[in-house]
Design a protein around this ligand. Sequence first.
Ligand code: UDP
Length: 341
Amino acid sequence: MKKTVLVSGGAGFIGSHVSVELAQAGYDVLIADNMSNCDETNYNGVCKILGYAPEFVKMDFCDSEAVDRLFAGHKIDAVIHFAAYKAVGESVAQPLMYYRNNLLSFMNVIEAARKNGGCNVLFSSSATVYGEAEDLPVTEKTGRKPSTSPYGNTKQISEDILRDCVKAYPEIKGIALRYFNPIGAHPSALIGELPRGVPNNLVPFITQTAIGKRECLSIFGKDYPTEDGTCLRDYIDVVDLAKAHVCAVTRMIEGKMKADYEIYNIGTGRPVSVLELVNSFEKVNSLKLNYKFVDRRPGDVVSIYGSPALANEELGWKAERSVEETLAAAWAWEKALAGKN
Ligand code: UDP
């Protein structure tokens, strides 16, 4: 019997890549999304890649009755919860919207899972919980820092909700994956990142500048205490990241967890500066990017990269793609999008 994995927010950037990898690993994927922050492009891409259409339910995870109905109507072996808002700046301007949406939806998932016999719950967390860490690379034992945005705070609170629920309810098992900076796109160029409006993140801004949608990339800060003066990040390929979810879900479903709640860093362990990333993008795609240095962006940490050792060991997962391959995929995706427009 195939096991079923519910992917909340499965039509989004990471959710769509995870849905593909899960299906290709032999899982039945149930995709649910309210489409509030995406259109049908990625879901259609998932169907094209797989050659069939995984079940899709349009629903809002803040609607507890709808979530309950979804769990009651399917035998769900694991749920991966992506459905959340993710714009840091917007969360500062609209904290209630972020707390309500991100926390309520997650509590509804856990509650419905409980009511319907229990479930394995995988939460998509973020390395943002580490803030500006003293010792790099960070490990899962590195302490969390008070969050500097409501968005980051919802990640911390959601981790705590999962930890506490796992303790109280034996029918719930949980894993939190802390992502570093997910970038890139599927090698088919059928799914990828679809930022609404002006991108906040570096790679979509780069690809949109290269294609001519944006005039010039602003590099935020050139006087940071790093080798070239720009910030260091741990850029993780989205397909590699998606595969980590398959490993984590399988570990839960096969009952191989060593504790009822586990946390894993999902990154490469390889720090890359903003300038290095820009240079690699130019080189691998044989083009010149229009960029300029501007002031630092408020709230940015100087350097953050993580040790993936625990995930390597326990999940049997390892990031495989090079930054160059990933940047080539991101560019292919941007070009594919331009072809469609
Ligand atoms: N960045 C930049 N220009 C941009 C967007 C981002 O220089 O238009 C830098 C940002 O200051 C940070 C890095 O790129 O050092 C990664 O930023 P992103 O927003 O992608 O992810 P974050 O690490 O902030 O979550």
